[in-house]
Design a protein around this ligand. Structure first.
Ligand code: ATP
Ligand code: ZN
Length: 300
């Protein structure tokens, strides 16, 4: 058995909005996970990969300090940590590998419905409550706004009701929470989604090879999510038009059809969803026998 140093450690959120998606994504990369008795880890049964289950705010730090090799966390948390480290003259020792297409939200300014707002100048001399002090201050500074930031570690949306702030700067996805609190969204500071980050610390060759393999599988999982395999018959003369209609596909495979000189079969992987409208357009271009199949796995 490998020593713990040889195992890849991935920091993921213990309980929260990212937890289920993060584990699901890793399981779809072929990782079989068992939770430890103390519920602080998930052990990979079939690969030397373990998950460390922590608060999302701790993830960039754990990866930056090389306690974990990889981490899955919201870009909002990553950027806030990066600015926090910068403020004390340190560099974030992690790099963002890629976005994972879940946990979509935005860091936005909002105010009670009754508050007057005529553009960001209205923020001058106001109090703004947030958990994202560094991102908010960067925004205020780059817009030359003088305002007081009031730190709230949670439940930021109640700050105006408590008389602690005029505005808030908080995460929004559907806007339902704002609406329920009688507030409206004013401006977006950051569009966010879950991302995977990797430590900048050098890894052993074996570990790096495993990290590369995992990242390649992750990339494959993300690509197949929207990908479809499309099969159709078409006249040779319509091939150019048909190719231009196939959404996000590279070179399709063209196969002769037994007993036909002018019609061929076309098979292609489309890296975008294939909608009814696309099928109708393909049919109008001369295609027939159209079939669209989901793609389960892909390895470039
Ligand atoms: P923890 O206990 O781990 O600190 P938390 O309360 O800070 O949890 P969650 O509310 O679970 O965190 O949110 C985790 C991440 O989910 C956020 O940092 C953000 O990237 C993403 N997210 C997506 N939609 C929303 C939303 N509507 N509100 C808050 N976060 C969202
Ligand atoms: Zn958190």
């Amino acid at each position: 058995m490998e020593t713990s140093e040889q195992r890849v450690k991935i920091a993921v959120q213990k309980t929260g909005r990212l937890t289920e998606h993060s584990q699901d994504l890793l399981e779809r990369c072929g990782l079989k996970l068992t939770r430890s008795k103390d519920r602080l880890f998930c052990y990979g049964e079939n690969m030397p990969v373990d998950l460390l289950l922590v608060r999302d705010d701790d993830i960039p730090g754990l990866v930056s300090d090389d306690v974990c090799d990889l981490g899955i966390v919201g870009l909002n948390v990553v950027e806030e940590k990066r600015l926090e480290l910068q403020s004390v003259g340190r560099n974030a020792e992690f790099r963002q590998v890629f976005a994972l297409d879940f946990g979509h939200c935005r860091l936005s300014l909002a105010a009670p419905d009754s508050t007057k707002y005529q553009g960001i100048q209205s923020l001058n001399n106001s109090k703004i409550a947030t958990s994202y002090v560094y991102l908010l201050n960067r925004f205020l500074k780059s817009n030359s706004i003088q305002a007081e930031t009031v730190f709230f570690s949670g439940a930021v949306e109640i700050a105006p009701k408590l008389g602690k702030a005029d505005f808030i700067c908080d995460l929004v996805s559907t806007g339902a929470t704002l609406e329920a609190n009688g507030m409206r969204e004013l401006d977006v500071l950051l569009e966010s989604e879950a991302v995977i980050i990797q430590t900048r610390a050098p890894l052993s060759n074996a570990k790096q090879a495993l990290v590369d393999r995992l990242l390649q599988r992750l990339d494959g999982v993300l690509q197949v999510r929207e990908s479809k395999y499309i099969m159709l018959h078409a006249p040779r003369s319509a091939l150019a038009e048909i190719r231009s209609l196939l959404p996000g596909s590279e070179s399709p495979t063209v196969i002769p059809l037994e007993g036909s000189t002018d019609r061929v079969a076309v098979h292609a992987v489309c890296r975008e969803n294939v909608f009814w409208e696309t099928l109708e357009n393909l049919k109008a271009a001369g295609a027939s026998s159209l079939l669209v199949l989901p793609v389960e796995k892909m390895l470039a």
